[in-house]
Design a protein. Structure first.
Length: 257
């Protein structure tokens, strides 16, 4: 069994965990999981993430509004986020960004809400968790402009883009997608990321890795992601998990669990 699994991005507030959340989460440390960061999508999930951190010592959370929910963002929400961000165990602003695949919110609105939260993270000197789906150009433009610390999560860009993200000082996170049969592009990108900037994540309940693809995902399944990335890096999976755990502590500024 592997140790030092740090799941840098999960959604345990999701309804798909309602039936067994209280059984599943306490079992994760026995499966080698040492820490989880629950990413928020809106103000309600910021709150549920905070509750998880109060219940489970190895849980941390991010607060932020996802591009899907950008249109519901209201003027007072930034103040609410700023207040929530100061709670203990809140380690990042996220997930925030742009999603031009679904376009659930108009692109101009997505950009405005993304920028407002990039400024918030800068004011609070906190890292960000970035969601970028089919919006690489606009995401890069804003990252170049604001130069946040943080993570590009579920990375789907090219190796060239990964190098630029690293040059900007950020970390790059990979999940189940690297295990899929058509994973050539994310694997090339992972190869381009230096070991001290690499992170692993689930994005659970979504993105279960092969050979469990299609099932509900949880943090213990990171072993399949670690196996694949370790092949690409030419190291042992446990060494990859040890290093990515150290990286996660660094980017989220967590000194101990
Ligand atoms: Ni997510």
């Amino acid at each position: 069994m592997y140790q030092n699994i740090f799941d840098t991005h999960a959604h345990y507030d999701d309804g798909r965990f309602d039936a067994d959340r209280d059984q599943l989460l306490p079992s994760l440390p026995q499966k080698g999981v040492v820490a989880v960061v629950n990413a928020a999508s809106d103000l309600a999930t910021c709150q549920s993430g905070l509750e998880l951190t109060q219940k489970y010592p190895f849980f941390f959370c991010a607060v932020g509004v996802h591009p899907h929910q950008a249109e519901q963002f209201q003027s007072g929400d930034l103040e609410t986020l700023a207040r929530l961000a100061k709670e203990p165990k809140v380690v990042a602003i996220g997930e925030i960004g742009l999603d031009y695949h679904y376009d659930f919110s108009p692109r101009e609105v997505q950009k405005r809400v993304f920028e407002a939260q990039l400024r918030l993270a800068r004011d609070l000197q906190m890292p960000v968790i970035i969601h970028d789906r089919e919006a690489h150009e606009d995401t890069l433009t804003l990252l170049r402009r604001y130069r946040p610390q943080g993570i590009l999560h579920c990375f789907s860009g090219s190796a060239e883009m990964a190098r630029e993200i690293v040059d900007l000082g950020m970390y790059v996170a990979f999940g189940g997608a690297v295990t899929f049969k058509n994973a050539r592009k994310p694997l090339e990108a992972a190869a381009a990321v230096p070991m001290d900037r690499l992170l692993v994540e689930t994005d659970c309940p979504y993105m279960a890795p092969e050979p469990l693809r299609g099932r509900r995902c949880d943090s213990s399944m990171i072993e399949f992601v670690a196996n694949r990335l370790a092949q690409v890096k030419g190291i042992e999976p446990q060494a990859l998990l040890d290093q990515t755990c150290e990286n996660a502590k660094k980017v989220y500024k967590i000194e101990s669990f």
